[in-house]
Ligand binder design. Structure first.
Ligand code: LRH
Length: 489
């Protein structure tokens, strides 16, 4: 039996998982789970990066204790966030999280400086408040001290891997989320970096996913009890999830977590006036693929409702929330899950109610109604993006392959099948960890390709099929939903 470790840091919690391959099947085992909340300080919303590093070491040590030999390990987390290092490799300040409000107004500032259209044409990435480009611009104009002396930018998994190995490199799938990397030249988008007046010297070596970075530093190896090769896996969690979704036929992938990300795997980017207008991004994937995709604010709305009620002493688990939503009346009102007011944390139930009120709709009053409005609206946003994806790629998409924690919400998964009018193949829940692991296994020679890895996943983990129902009804409500989107535009 061979064992690889996947470190997967999500919004809320992080895990170290063991992927054990035995007789043509992969089995996942959670070795260590820990909290990963955004930490609010006077200087803003930060990563507790050193705390996470220590938890990761604990998880690795548990893996070594249990299995002795570990073939390799790789780290993934969400894209765009970064740390800056000085010339001696010291971290300059605590990395900030993208929901920190400092970026407010800087998407517009980027537009002023280089033009959002030019940015899209050069990088294939649409303007978005969370892009690294926007974060760096805010940092440069508001708090420039660190940037002034920085000599290297690393995305969060690169930073953690640097601490583990001493090797500096930016992994490519994650570099592509910065809006400062070109999928055409396969290099940093120098003209845009210059146009935004960002320091060029901080953008260093970029490596392909599946690159062996090096072994654990001797001090780390001693602490965890073994020397382990560290691989720059698909370090962007969505790239990992897409790799780990075992799609078949002509499919759209859907990576469902805090964000849901809908898209297609392509061999070449699509950068046209229409793809720019619809805001589809060309992020990069494993094996030199392009992930042509769009973010939809997914479970975030539901997670935030849960958090808000819990802070008022009503801590209901997800199964309980799903039950409340499933018995509530359907289609009473719609929200745009991607409306600006929903992006920041806090007061989500009230924000949903206020949205319905200001758009002249019935205001949901019970928890079940609020959740039902959120769930149906999320599903309808998927329908719109699915149709746009068909148009932009010219592909006759026959099904959706959905992976990630969101598939545990069967009300939402069924609603997505209904709204899109195609079957949803749901699985695996652990798409990100699976993709992280198979990318490592290709790197260590334990698998020949990602296709072989997907076969391994298909053979090991169950897929559940949700057939679309009530097509006529969803066609009708989609019209109301789209009218609301036009109203709030
Ligand atoms: C999903 C994700 C997504 C990014 C966002 C920052 O976790 O990585 O792909 O756009 O977080």
């Amino acid at each position: 039996m061979k064992v690889h470790l996947a470190v997967d840091l999500g919004a809320g919690s992080g895990r170290v998982l063991a992927g054990k391959v035995r007789e043509g099947k992969v089995e996942l085992e959670e070795l260590h789970r820990f909290e990963n909340p955004g930490t609010s300080l006077p200087s803003g919303l930060h990563w507790n990066i050193l705390g996470l590093y220590r938890e990761i070491l604990k998880g690795i040590a548990t893996g070594v204790e249990r299995y002795g030999k570990i073939e390799s390990l790789g780290i993934d987390t969400w894209g765009v966030d970064y740390g800056l290092l000085d010339k001696d490799g010291r971290l300059l300040g605590l990395p900030q999280q993208y929901r920190d409000p400092r970026t407010q107004g800087f998407e517009a500032r980027a537009d002023e400086l280089v033009g959002n259209d030019a940015l899209y044409d050069a990088t294939g990435i649409m303007p978005f408040f969370l892009n690294t480009s926007v974060q760096l611009l805010a940092e440069k104009e508001l708090t420039p001290d660190a940037l002034n002396v920085a000599s290297q930018i690393l995305l969060i998994p690169d930073l953690l891997a640097y601490w583990l190995t001493g090797e500096l490199a930016v992994e490519r799938t994650n570099a592509s989320t910065t809006q400062l990397f070109s999928p055409i030249t396969n290099d940093w988008a120098w003209e845009m970096i210059e146009g935004l007046s960002l320091p060029k010297n901080i953008f260093g070596r970029v490596v392909e996913s599946g690159t062996l970075l090096g072994n654990l530093r001797p001090e780390v190896a001693e602490e965890v009890g073994a020397t382990i090769p560290v691989i720059a896996t698909a370090t962007h969690d969505t790239a990992a999830a897409v790799a780990g979704i075992p799609g078949e036929e002509c499919y759209a992938f859907l990576s469902s977590g805090t964000w849901t990300i809908i898209g297609c795997e392509l061999m070449e980017p699509i950068i046209t006036a229409r793809s720019r207008e619809l805001g589809f991004a060309n992020e990069l994937g494993v094996e030199k693929t392009v992930r042509f995709l769009k973010n939809i604010s997914g479970l975030w709305l539901i997670q935030e409702c849960k958090r808000s009620w819990a802070s008022h002493g009503e801590d209901i688990d997800y199964a309980g929330l799903a039950e409340l939503a499933s018995v509530a009346e359907p289609f009473i009102a719609f929200v745009d899950p991607d409306a600006e007011e929903f992006a920041s944390p806090g007061k989500m139930p009230e924000k949903i109610q206020a949205f319905c009120d200001r758009t002249g709709q019935k205001v949901p009053s019970t928890k079940g109604e609020i959740l039902r409005v959120a769930t149906e609206s999320i599903a309808l946003k998927h329908r719109l993006r699915f149709q746009q994806l068909r148009e932009l790629t010219g592909k006759d998409l026959k099904r959706v392959h959905m992976g990630g924690g969101g598939i545990k919400n069967s009300l939402l998964t069924q609603a997505i099948a209904d709204a899109c009018g195609v079957p949803v193949y749901a699985g695996p829940v652990e798409a990100t960890a699976c993709g992280n692991l198979i990318t490592q296994m290709v790197a260590t020679g334990d698998l020949a390709s990602i296709a072989e890895g997907r076969e391994l996943i298909r053979n090991s983990l169950p897929l559940e099929v949700y057939e679309p129902k009530e097509a006529g009804k969803w066609d009708e409500v989609a019209k109301h939903f789209e009218a609301i989107l036009v109203l709030v535009k």
